[in-house]
Design a protein around this ligand. Structure first.
Ligand code: SF4
Length: 375
């Protein structure tokens, strides 16, 4: 399966994508807008500079497609950091061992996980996303399985955003209540990937690329993919992300697909974001992806500021986090000063975000009903 994805990506090297982007015309964008099923050339047209004057038309079509597929619902979820120990060295991340060598690291005990779950449950959450760094010797598959089991007692829906695993390890987590896996490729550009990820298992590009397929084969109900925006040209990255999404829809059709659009904002001292993505560019990327993958869920985290999130929910977002802490133990003990992965931008409470969603004309949904339909 991963071989097929590598072959698909190889058909669209950066040079070919750039040529097609440069050649895109307003007519090509209008043609892409007029079709119900869009191919990769349509996606490139929608991501191209030629599409910028047509963003309003794209927004209308994105809204139509989102409402057709998801109605007016927006689900709520919360991240729960289990550990900030990380053996990897991703040079853009505040959790990397090299970024903060002197800061003490923690991994929550089962009692502390229970306390975090209780705090989130009291806020009304029914969906939780468990996160760790890339440290399988500390946050072992068994530890994460136990964390899934605890979380499952509090929440009908349990997702993880952890290191890439083998299929049998994902299957173990499914046995303990996991139903969703989030895993970003960070960048699909191989040489850049090697420069950004200097140590650890995460260096293995092909292993990471195929991880969500292994998770799907192990039985997870939903996978979320994304590229870390700011590492590489967002237009090129968007084409590869779209190809990855189409590939998953074809080969993992039993598993629902979601996309996330994490944008690099706060990075360790000395690291300059190579290709910053503006608000307008983020909007164009989300619109183009909605038109290319109309059935995919779109996640939006508190990395983005409140004022922008209020606008983005009209452009295809289907799940949103709120009141987030990016520190292990940050809900049960809000005063704790554990190392955070990144600073959140939208500091509104869940109740305030729910009020914003309702005021915008959408229905905030706490519970994930798919699990009930699927038994
Ligand atoms: S991005 Fe993930 S794997 Fe890389 S340093 Fe940060 S927490 Fe560790």
């Amino acid at each position: 399966m991963s071989t097929a994805l590598l072959e698909t990506l190889a058909l669209w090297p950066e040079s070919r994508i750039r040529e097609t982007l440069d050649a895109a015309t307003p007519d090509a964008v209008v043609g892409a807008l007029s079709r119900e099923r869009r191919d990769v050339r349509d996606l490139i047209a929608l991501l191209s500079p030629a599409a910028v004057p047509l963003l309003e038309e794209m927004a209308r079509e994105a809204q139509r497609l989102t409402r057709r597929q998801f109605g007016r619902t927006i689900s709520l979820y919360a991240p729960l950091y289990l550990s900030n120990v990380c053996a990897a060295d991703c040079i853009y991340c505040g959790f990397s061992a090299q970024a903060e060598p002197r800061h003490a690291r923690v991994t929550l005990t089962t009692g502390e996980i229970e306390r975090e779950c209780a705090a989130l449950s009291a806020m009304g959450y029914k969906s939780v996303l468990l996160l760790t760094g890339d440290a399988p010797a500390v946050a072992t598959p068994r530890y994460i399985a136990d964390a899934c089991a605890i979380a499952r007692r509090w929440f009908p829906s349990v997702a993880v955003e952890i290191y890439a695993m083998d299929q049998d390890e994902y299957a173990l987590l499914c046995t303990y209540g996991l139903d969703s896996v989030t895993l970003y490729m960070e960048t699909y550009e191989r040489e850049l990937y090697a420069r950004m990820h200097r140590h650890g298992r995460k260096r293995d590009y092909a292993y990471r690329l195929a991880a969500v397929e292994r998770a799907a084969a192990a039985g997870v109900r939903r996978v979320s993919i994304g590229a870390l925006l700011g590492l590489h040209d967002w237009r090129v990255e968007g084409v590869w992300l779209g190809l990855h999404g189409r590939h998953l829809e074809r080969y993992c059709w039993r598993t629902a697909l979601s996309l996330s659009f994490p944008r690099l904002r706060h990075t360790p001292p000395g690291f300059q974001i190579p290709k910053p993505v503006s608000d307008a560019e983020l909007v164009q990327m989300m619109l183009a992806m909605r038109l290319f993958l109309p059935e995919a869920g779109f996640n939006l985290s508190t990395r983005e500021p409140a004022v922008l999130r209020d606008r983005l929910i009209h452009l295809g977002v289907t799940a949103i986090s709120a009141g987030s802490s990016t520190r292990p133990g940050g809900y049960g003990a809000p005063e704790c000063n554990q190392l955070a992965q990144f600073e959140i931008e939208d500091r509104r409470s869940p109740a305030e975000v729910v009020a914003m969603i309702s005021k915008a004309g959408y229905d905030p949904v706490w519970k994930d009903f798919d699990a009930a339909f699927l038994g």
